[in-house]
Design a protein around this ligand. Structure first.
Ligand code: CO
Length: 151
């Protein structure tokens, strides 16, 4: 396991659409293990693979109330309500912004072994999931924020 360098805004890798994971193998395990080390060290609420330069549909979310999750090929299958709140991003250092997100989401995903799951999330957990999934399509919160401040 290792800490990987977090790519910063301006790098084109953050603006690409990521590819589905097809091989649930050692390379994926290493990526997920490294993403865990990296998000813990950086004390982020989540991290997406393109943020460590890998164009695959892989995110991790680490939210205090819910715990630590790995989502491979995640898809939001339904969403409900709306919430407005502050977000930051490990790829946009020194800033935070107010972003509108769904209050509740249902997420279909695979785990590192390729097993399929469905999870329901609300509040900050739902926000973190939406933020990380946006990264997989080259979208950053600063594209959506109604207001951005120096953090
Ligand atoms: Co981010």
């Amino acid at each position: 396991m290792a800490i990987r360098n977090v790519v910063q805004v301006g790098d084109e890798v953050l603006r690409q659409r990521c590819f589905e994971v097809e091989n649930f193998d050692e390379t994926l395990f290493r990526l997920l293990d490294d993403m865990k080390d990296t998000v813990k060290k950086e004390q982020g609420a989540g991290l997406a693979a393109p943020q460590v330069g890998v164009l695959r549909r892989v995110v991790v979310v680490d939210v205090e109330e819910e715990g630590y999750f790995e989502f491979v090929n995640p898809v939001i299958t339904s969403q409900k309500g709306e919430q407005s709140g502050w977000e930051g991003c490990l790829s946009v250092r020194g800033k935070s912004g107010i972003v509108s997100r769904p209050m509740k989401v249902t997420l279909a995903y695979q785990d590192r072994n390729g097993e399929k799951h469905v999870i329901k999330a609300k509040g900050f957990f739902a926000r973190a999931i939406c933020h990380e999934l946006d990264h997989l399509d080259g979208v950053l919160y600063i594209d959506k924020a109604s207001h951005i401040e120096k953090a």
